[in-house]
Design a protein around this ligand. Structure first.
Ligand code: MF3
Ligand code: CO
Ligand code: CO
Length: 361
């Protein structure tokens, strides 16, 4: 085959118009820099942490001001007040919603867009990049897709994505700390589109990680993979925890109890509650049309206990050891499961190892 000479002027012009990912990133970096200007030292310990006794080596850094979404974006009820009123009203009832075909189609769209957003954010996750910059990437990618980044002001969460580094279990607030070589970083993305939320997360091994970290991340992935295999009509929600705990224990890891998977759809968090640990008493049987997340948080070692930092969001391991997590939004189908947040081009009915391999940055 002869290589086609690229003398086509139309093609050339097209190429010039679209900025490359790197160019876009450069612009985002510049915007971020202007946010941090005037802040004398972005790494200075925020006031509420002074005197706090930390669990491990990680320290919080400066958090830039909260962003507002463009007026064209459809917003959830909490976007202004921080209070998810409809979610709280639904708390009382335990019934699990059976989604209609139309609702399922909207969930497919929200979840696909959430997947696109996390894939973009993941590409930018490199040594030296800050959580704040990743947040800007997620914000922008959401706006470009006409999505509201669900974490933004949810129960007053300050940012558009959760960035959880090393001993942070979940709900890490993106700040101005640059990611370091050997960090394990979880990005948890949720987008709200056309009235529905799609929720997923992945843990990335950044640079040269130690053996324990690699084992931890692989184990967390395997825990979700095994859960995925179990999902289908008739499966008890309470049974997922036993297999997750077993895989964790086999790998000298343990399962966090405080935070659970959840029903999702028009509401960000709703029934069922999906614990990840063994011997839980979760209610409910899976039925076609149920949509929920599974998102096991796995700690190195045998201490499953979590602490909450004084920012009232950041959940960290009590012993300062590392924690990792993967999350998908799942639909129960007539004969099994559909992974609504599966990566494009990968199998939507079971989780392959390839999807995890790309989490090494
Ligand atoms: N995405 C998280 C979950 O998996 C929830 C984040 S809530 C936030 O349920 F407010 F921290 F963003
Ligand atoms: Co999530
Ligand atoms: Co979730």
């Amino acid at each position: 085959m002869v290589e086609v000479q690229s003398a086509d002027p139309v093609k050339k012009r097209k190429k010039k118009k679209k900025p490359s990912l790197t160019q876009k990133f450069q612009r985002w970096l510049e915007e971020t820099a202007s946010q941090v200007e005037g802040v004398e030292n972005p790494l200075l310990l925020p006031r509420e942490f002074v005197g706090y006794s930390f669990q491990g080596d990680l320290r919080p850094a400066f958090v830039t001001p909260q962003m507002k979404v463009e007026p064209s974006i459809r917003v959830p009820d909490y976007h202004e007040t921080g209070i998810p009123t409809s979610e709280m009203a639904a708390r009382a009832q335990e019934t699990i919603h059976i989604h209609t075909d139309e609702e399922i189609e909207k969930m497919r769209v929200a979840c696909r867009l959430g997947r696109e957003v996390i894939d973009i954010a993941g590409k930018f996750l490199k040594v030296g990049v800050t959580g704040d910059e990743i947040d800007r990437v997620v914000y922008k990618a959401s706006m470009e897709r006409g999505c509201y980044p669900s974490p933004l002001n949810y129960r007053n969460f300050p940012k558009s994505v959760c960035v959880s580094v090393n001993e942070v279990i979940c709900h890490g607030i993106p700040d101005c700390r640059p990611i370091q070589d050997g960090d394990v970083v979880n990005l948890d993305v949720t987008v709200y589109k056309d009235g529905f939320h799609g929720d997923l997360n992945e843990t990335f091994l950044v640079g040269n990680c130690d053996e324990d970290s690699v084992r931890l991340v692989k184990t967390a992935y395997e825990c979700l993979q095994k859960s995925c295999d179990m999902i289908g009509p008739g499966c008890l929600y309470r049974d997922l925890g036993a297999s997750i705990s077993k895989i964790a224990a086999q790998n000298d890891c343990t399962v966090v109890k405080t935070y659970c998977g959840h029903g999702i759809g028009e509401l960000f968090h709703t029934s069922p509650n999906v614990p990840h640990y063994a011997k839980n008493k979760a209610k409910g049987i899976m039925r076609p049309g149920h949509i929920f997340t599974v998102e096991p948080m796995i700690n190195l070692g045998s201490n499953w206990k979590d602490d909450l930092w004084p920012d009232n969001w950041t959940a960290v391991t009590h012993d300062g050891k590392r924690s990792a997590q993967f999350e998908h939004t799942f639909l129960v189908t007539e004969d099994g499961v559909e992974i609504l947040t599966a990566r494009k081009g990968t199998n939507a009915s079971s989780m392959s190892w390839d999807a995890a391999a790309v989490t090494r940055n």
